[in-house]
Design a protein around this ligand. Structure first.
Ligand SMILES: *[C@@H]1O[C@H](CO)[C@@H](O)[C@H](O)[C@H]1NC(C)=O
Ligand SMILES: *[C@@H]1O[C@H](CO)[C@@H](O)[C@H](O)[C@H]1NC(C)=O
Ligand SMILES: *[C@@H]1O[C@H](CO)[C@@H](O)[C@H](O)[C@H]1NC(C)=O
Ligand SMILES: *[C@@H]1O[C@H](CO)[C@@H](O)[C@H](O)[C@H]1NC(C)=O
Ligand SMILES: *[C@@H]1O[C@H](CO)[C@@H](O)[C@H](O)[C@H]1NC(C)=O
Ligand SMILES: *[C@@H]1O[C@H](CO)[C@@H](O)[C@H](O)[C@H]1NC(C)=O
Ligand SMILES: *[C@@H]1O[C@H](CO)[C@@H](O)[C@H](O)[C@H]1NC(C)=O
Ligand SMILES: *[C@@H]1O[C@H](CO)[C@@H](O)[C@H](O)[C@H]1NC(C)=O
Ligand SMILES: *[C@@H]1O[C@H](CO)[C@@H](O)[C@H](O)[C@H]1NC(C)=O
Ligand SMILES: *[C@@H]1O[C@H](CO)[C@@H](O)[C@H](O)[C@H]1NC(C)=O
Length: 540
C-alpha cells in the first residue's frame, strides 16, 4: 500500500526522507542558547521503530515501539558554589502535540523516569522531561543524602525539578521554534510530592498536574512506615504476620466481611471506608492450626495498623491503612528479608536526612523522631501547604487531579484524603476557589501503591504504561493525563475515569474488566448487568 503510494507520488517519498533528515539534523546539531546553568550533554535521534534502550540507576527502558524523537540530555548546574548538578532528559517527538509533560520519580530515585519518557511522552506526542533530581540512585537508596549533604537534599526536595522545568521549556522553544501551548506534570509517590511542591512553590510552572499517592507529608509518612513496621516486628514474634497469613487468612476474611458493600462480591472493595473490619472473627480456637487463625497479639497489630494515628492532643499524624491491600503488604512492609522498600526508604531518610546518624535503626523510632523529622523536612522536602491559592487562581487557573489506591500498602490512602480535606477547609475558610473548580481526588478501588492490586489499575497514571498497564485508550474517558488536558484546554472537568484491569494483569491476555474510578467522595456502586463492564456501575 505504502509502496504503491510512493511509486505513484515519488515526491511524497522524498518529502518523508527530507523531513526525517531535517529532524535528525536539528537534533544532532541542537545548541541551547541563553540558559547559563545548562549544558547539552547528549543528542540522539531515534527513527520510528529504532531500538531505544536507556538505562539509569532508577529505571530502564528497552523498546522498538516508539515514533521518531530527539533525545536531549542536559547537565544543569544547581548551585555553582557547591558545583552540584542534575542530569535531565528531554525527549522531543517529531509528531509533537504541542504540549509539555514533566515526569516525576519515586522514592529516593536518582535517574530520569525513562519509562514515562518513552510510553507517556514520546509515544503519545508530548515533549517530555524527567530529571535525576541531582543524584544517581535507585528508589530505595538514600545514602547520597548525607550525612549533611545539604545541596543534594535541596536538589532532591525541589530545586532540580524546578530548574529542569525551566530548562526544558527553553529546549522546547529553541528546538521546535515555539513554546508549548500548555504544561503538565505526571508523577506518583515521590513524584506526587514533587508535583505538590511545584504547585505550592512554583505555581507558574504548570497548567495541570496529575498526582498519584503523594509522599507530600514526608515527615509523617516516615513515621507511619516506622510505626507500622514496629507493630509486627520482630519477625516470628507473636505479633508478626507472615505472607501466608496476609494472603490466605486475613485478605479472604476482609473480602468476606466487606466485599459486597458496593453491591457485588468481586474481590474488590469499592470504598474501604465503608468497611469496619473485625479481625476478631479470626481468633484462634484452642488447638486450632495457627496458620489458619490469628493470635490476640496479631489482632491487636491489625487494629492499630488500620487506625489513624493522632497525638494525645488530637493532632493528626498519619492515616492508618485501609482494609483491602493485605496481599501486597509484605512487598512494602512487614517481610523479613530483604528489607521491604518502604522500610528501607524510611530508615535511609532517618539516617541520612533527619538524624545525620548512619547507625540509626528502627528500634530508635519514637515520637521525638517525628518532631525531628518535622523540623528537618518541613522547609524543603514536605509539600503539604493547604494554601493553593496562587496555583488555583488566574492567570493560569491551574488544575490538580490527585489519585490514590484504596488498597495502598505503603503511603496510606488516608493521607491523601486528609490532605484533600485540609485544602478544602482551608480554601473554604479563606474565601478561596471551590475545590471542584481546580482540585479533584480519584481514589482507585483495589489499587495498591501507584499500580498493582486487583482493581482497575490501568488508567494512564504515572509509570503505568511503561510497566505493562497501559490505559485502554489515551482519551479523556480512560486516560487520566488526557482527562487533565481536556480539563485545562477545553474546560471539561473529569467526573469519572474509567480504569481497566487486564486478565492476570497482563495486557496480552486481554481486558478482564473496566470500572469507573469515581470522584471523591463518591463510590462506584453496582447497578446490575455485566459485572465486568464500567457501565454496570454508578458513582454515588
Ligand atoms: C537570547 O537572548 C537574546 C537577548 O535577549 C535574544 O536576542 C535571542 O533571541 C535569544 N536567543 C534565543 C535562542 O532564545
Ligand atoms: C536493543 O539494544 C540493546 C542494547 O544495545 C540490546 O541489549 C537489545 O538486545 C536490543 N534489542 C533489540 C530488540 O534489538
Ligand atoms: C550553594 O552551596 C554553597 C556551598 O555548599 C552553600 O554555602 C550555599 O548556601 C548554597 N547556596 C544555595 C542557594 O543553596
Ligand atoms: C564539578 O563537578 C563535575 C562533575 O559533576 C566535575 O567534572 C568538575 O571537575 C567539578 N568542578 C569543580 C571545580 O570541582
Ligand atoms: C521465622 O520462622 C521461619 C519458619 O519457622 C524460619 O524459616 C525463619 O528463619 C524465621 N526467621 C527469623 C528471622 O527468625
Ligand atoms: C496447618 O495449615 C497449613 C495451611 O493450611 C498446612 O500447610 C499445615 O500442614 C497445617 N499444619 C498442621 C500441623 O496441620
Ligand atoms: C500537640 O503535641 C505536640 C507534641 O506532643 C506538639 O508539638 C504540637 O504542637 C501539639 N499540637 C497542638 C495543636 O497543640
Ligand atoms: C542534620 O543535618 C541537617 C543539614 O545540615 C541539619 O539541618 C540538621 O539539623 C541536622 N540534624 C541533626 C540531628 O544534627
Ligand atoms: C496564600 O497564598 C497566597 C499566594 O501565594 C498569598 O498571597 C496569601 O497571603 C496566602 N494566604 C495566607 C493566609 O497565608
Ligand atoms: C498469570 O501470570 C503468571 C505469570 O505471568 C502465570 O504464571 C500464571 O499462570 C498466570 N495465571 C493465570 C490464571 O493465567
Amino acid at each position: 500500500m505504502l509502496y504503491k503510494l510512493w511509486t505513484a507520488f515519488p515526491a511524497l517519498a522524498l518529502m518523508v526522507v527530507f523531513a526525517n533528515a531535517a529532524a535528525i539534523d536539528s537534533c544532532s546539531s541542537f545548541k541551547l542558547s541563553n540558559v547559563s546553568n545548562t549544558v547539552v550533554a547528549g543528542r540522539t535521534f531515534y527513527k520510528a521503530g529504532d531500538n531505544v534502550t536507556v538505562v539509569n540507576e532508577y529505571q530502564s527502558v528497552s523498546t522498538n515501539d516508539l515514533p521518531a524523537f530527539c533525545r536531549i540530555e542536559l547537565t544543569i548546574t544547581t548551585n555553582s558554589t557547591a558545583n552540584s548538578s542534575a542530569h535531565t532528559e528531554v525527549w522531543l517527538p517529531d509528531d509533537w502535540n504541542g504540549r509539555f509533560v514533566a515526569l516525576g520519580t519515586g522514592g529516593f530515585s536518582g535517574g530520569a523516569a525513562v519509562l514515562d519518557l518513552a510510553f507517556t511522552a514520546a509515544k503519545q506526542g508530548y515533549a517530555g522531561m524527567s530529571t535525576d533530581t541531582g543524584h544517581q540512585a535507585n528508589a530505595g537508596d538514600g545514602s547520597w543524602a548525607g550525612p549533611h549533604n545539604d545541596n543534594a537534599i535541596v536538589d532532591y526536595a525541589w530545586r532540580a525539578t524546578h530548574l529542569s522545568v525551566l530548562s526544558a521549556k527553553e529546549v522546547i522553544k529553541q528546538y521546535y521554534g515555539k513554546e508549548q501551548k500548555k504544561s503538565y506534570f505526571l508523577g506518583c509517590s515521590g513524584g506526587g510530592r514533587q508535583g505538590f511542591k511545584e504547585v505550592q512553590d512554583f505555581p507558574d510552572d504548570f497548567d495541570g498536574v496529575v498526582i498519584g499517592s503523594p509522599a507530600n507529608s514526608l515527615d509523617h509518612i516516615l513515621a507511619s512506615v516506622a510505626h507500622s513496621a514496629l507493630l509486627t516486628l520482630p519477625v516470628n514474634s507473636s505479633r508478626f504476620i507472615d505472607e501466608d497469613i496476609w494472603t490466605n487468612v486475613i485478605h479472604p476474611e476482609v473480602l468476606k466481611q466487606c466485599d459486597a458493600l458496593d453491591g457485588v462480591a468481586d474481590g474488590i472493595l469499592g470504598d474501604p471506608r465503608r468497611c469496619s473490619f473485625r479481625p476478631e472473627t479470626l481468633t484462634c480456637l484452642p488447638n486450632q492450626n495457627t496458620s489458619t487463625c490469628l493470635s490476640l497479639d496479631q489482632i491487636d497489630t491489625l487494629h492499630k495498623l488500620y487506625t489513624d494515628y493522632y497525638e494525645t492532643n488530637q493532632t493528626y499524624i498519619f492515616g492508618g491503612y485501609y482494609p483491602g491491600g493485605e496481599v501486597g503488604m509484605p512487598t512494602y512492609l512487614f517481610s523479613s528479608q530483604p528489607m521491604p522498600l518502604a522500610i528501607k526508604i524510611a530508615v535511609d531518610a532517618y539516617r541520612y536526612i533527619v538524624t545525620n546518624d548512619t547507625t540509626w535503626d528502627l528500634d530508635r523510632f519514637d515520637f521525638s523522631a517525628v518532631r525531628q523529622a518535622e523540623s528537618v523536612l518541613s522547609a524543603q522536602t514536605n509539600a503539604n501547604s493547604p494554601n493553593l491559592t496562587a496555583f488555583a487562581s488566574a492567570p493560569h487557573s491551574g488544575k490538580i487531579i490527585h489519585y490514590v489506591g484504596w488498597a495502598e500498602n505503603f503511603i496510606s490512602a488516608g493521607g491523601s484524603v486528609h490532605y484533600y480535606e485540609t485544602v478544602h477547609s482551608w480554601m473554604k475558610s479563606h474565601g478561596g476557589a471551590d475545590m471542584d473548580t481546580f482540585y479533584r481526588l480519584f481514589p482507585v478501588p483495589g489499587m495498591e501503591h501507584c499500580m498493582g492490586g486487583f482493581g482497575p489499575i490501568s488508567f494512564g497514571g504515572s509509570s503505568q504504561a511503561g510497566s505493562g498497564y497501559p490505559a485502554l485508550k489515551n482519551d479523556p474517558e480512560h486516560d487520566i493525563l488526557a482527562a487533565m488536558v481536556h480539563w485545562v484546554e477545553n474546560d471539561v472537568a473529569p467526573e469519572t475515569i474509567i480504569g481497566t484491569a487486564y486478565k492476570n494483569n497482563t495486557v496480552a491476555e486481554g481486558v478482564a474488566f473496566t470500572r469507573p474510578i469515581c470522584k471523591y467522595p463518591a463510590t462506584a456502586i453496582y447497578q446490575g448487568g455485566d459485572v465486568n463492564s464500567a457501565t454496570s456501575f454508578k458513582c454515588v
